[in-house]
Design a protein around this ligand. Structure first.
Ligand SMILES: Nc1ncnc2c1ncn2[C@@H]1O[C@H](COP(=O)(O)OP(=O)(O)O)[C@@H](O)[C@H]1O
Ligand SMILES: [Mg+2]
Length: 361
C-alpha cells in the first residue's frame, strides 16, 4: 500500500429515507493520521454519513473503503465490529457497572496481560491511571469523556468517527479536552472523521474541513482556505457575521459607494453580492464632512452614523446606518470602542478581503 493512500475513502455515498435524499453523492478521503471535519448546520446529513461509515446504517448507493479494501457497497457488507472503525458520540455512555479498566478493555480480544498493558498505557496517557479501579459515577464529565476516548482507541482502530463528541462538556473544559484528544489521536496515527456544527471547533481540530449543506459537500479544504477563499455567500456566513453590498455589473465592474469592484465573468446587467466580514471594515472619524483619502488597499470610504455599539469581550461591535442607502453595516474593533449613537464616521473595507459572488436572488 503506497504511503499516501487514503485510510478511509467514501465514494458517491447517497442515503434516501422515503424518497427524501438526506446524503447526496458525498465523496471524501482521509490520509493516515489526518483529521477531517464534516462541518455543517444541524440536519444537513452529517450523522447519517457517519452512521453509514460505521455500518449501523446502510447507504442507498456508493462505496466505503478502509485502507483500500471495500468495506461496504450496496451488495457486500462487512459488519460494524469488523471494520476497524472506532466510534465516539456525544452521549458516549460508559458501562456504569464496569470499572474504568473494564470499560477501556471492553473491545479488546486476546491476551489478558497484553490487554492490561494497553489499558494502563492509555489511562496513563489521558492522565487517569489512578482511576483504573474506579467506577464511572466517581468521575467528572470530562474524566468520563477521556475514559471513553481511551476505550474507543484501545483496539487500535484504523479510523475514528466522532459525532459532536465535545458538545456535552462545559466550555471551560472543552478546549483542553479537544487539544488533548487531538494530540492522542495524532500519536496513535488514527485517521479521524469528526462531525461538528461549530466552525471554531472545526478550525481548531481539522487538517481539512468538508463543508456540508443540504446533504452535499459544498467545499473541501484546509481551514485557512475555507475561511479565506469561501465557495459562496453562505460559506462566508457560516464562519462569521457578514456584510453584503449589492451591485449591478457593467463591463466586469460594479460601482459601489466604496469604489469599484471587479466581477470577472459576470455579464453586463448581472447582479452581484460583495460580501465582507465586520473585522475587515475600518473606521475613521469625520473631519468637517470629510473622511480619509482613498487607497488601493482600503478603496473609497463611505459615511454612516453610529446606530448601535456593543462591547463583546475581546472586541466591540459597531453598527452604522450608511448615508448613501440607509443600509446597516457592521464593523468590529478590537478591545473597547463604543462611540455615541448618531456619531458620523467613515467606513473603509479591506479590498483584498471582499468576496464577489453572483447574486443568488
Ligand atoms: N432514520 C431516519 N428516517 C428518516 N429520516 C431520517 C432518519 N435519520 C435521519 N433522518 C433525516 O435526515 C436528515 C439529516 O439528519 P442527520 O444526518 O442526523 O443531520 P445532522 O447530523 O447533520 O444534524 C434530517 O432531516 C433527519 O430528519
Ligand atoms: Mg447529528
Amino acid at each position: 500500500m503506497p504511503q499516501n493512500a487514503p485510510r478511509l475513502e467514501i465514494r458517491n455515498l447517497t442515503r434516501t429515507f422515503e424518497g427524501k435524499t438526506v446524503v447526496d453523492d458525498v465523496s471524501l478521503s482521509i490520509l493516515p493520521g489526518h483529521v477531517t471535519c464534516l462541518l455543517g448546520p444541524s440536519g444537513c446529513g452529517k450523522s447519517t454519513t457517519l452512521r453509514m461509515i460505521a455500518g449501523v446504517d446502510m447507504q442507498s448507493t456508493g462505496e466505503i473503503y478502509v485502507d483500500g479494501k471495500l468495506v461496504c457497497d450496496t451488495i457486500f457488507r462487512v459488519p460494524p465490529e469488523r471494520r476497524s472503525i472506532g466510534l465516539m458520540f456525544q452521549d458516549f455512555a460508559l458501562f456504569p457497572h464496569l470499572s474504568v479498566a473494564q470499560n477501556v478493555a471492553f473491545g479488546l480480544k486476546g491476551d489478558k496481560s497484553e490487554n492490561r498493558e494497553r489499558v494502563e498505557q492509555l489511562l496513563d496517557r489521558v492522565g487517569l491511571l489512578h482511576y483504573i479501579d474506579a467506577f464511572p459515577h466517581e468521575l467528572s464529565g470530562g474524566e468520563q469523556q477521556r475514559v471513553a476516548l481511551a476505550r474507543a482507541l484501545a483496539p487500535r482502530p484504523r479510523v475514528m468517527l466522532m459525532d459532536e463528541p465535545f458538545s456535552g462538556l462545559d466550555n471551560r473544559l472543552r478546549d483542553g479536552i479537544r487539544d488533548e484528544t487531538l494530540s492522542l489521536l495524532k500519536e496513535e496515527g488514527t485517521s479521524v472523521l469528526l462531525v461538528t456544527h461549530e466552525p471554531e471547533e472545526a478550525m481548531r481540530m481539522a487538517d481539512e474541513i468538508a463543508l456540508m449543506r443540504d446533504g452535499r459537500i459544498v467545499q473541501r479544504g484546509a481551514p485557512y482556505n475555507i475561511y479565506n477563499a469561501p465557495a459562496d455567500k453562505a460559506a462566508v456566513a457560516f464562519f462569521s457575521d457578514i456584510n453584503v453590498l449589492s451591485g449591478t455589473v457593467q463591463g466586469a465592474l460594479t460601482e459601489t459607494p466604496f469604489g469599484q469592484f471587479l466581477a470577472p465573468g459576470v455579464p453586463d446587467g448581472g447582479r452581484v453580492d460583495i460580501v465582507f466580514r465586520p473585522q475587515h471594515v475600518s473606521i475613521d472619524f469625520d473631519r468637517q464632512g470629510r473622511g480619509p483619502n482613498p487607497t488601493s488597499l482600503q478603496g473609497t470610504p463611505a459615511r454612516g452614523v453610529v446606530e448601535r455599539a456593543r462591547f463583546m469581550g475581546s472586541e466591540s461591535l459597531v453598527e452604522f446606518r450608511m448615508d448613501h442607502d440607509m443600509q446597516v453595516l457592521r464593523a468590529t474593533v478590537p478591545n473597547v470602542f463604543l462611540p455615541k449613537v448618531g456619531t458620523p464616521m467613515w467606513l473603509s473595507i479591506r479590498r483584498d478581503r471582499c468576496f464577489v459572488f453572483p447574486s443568488d436572488e
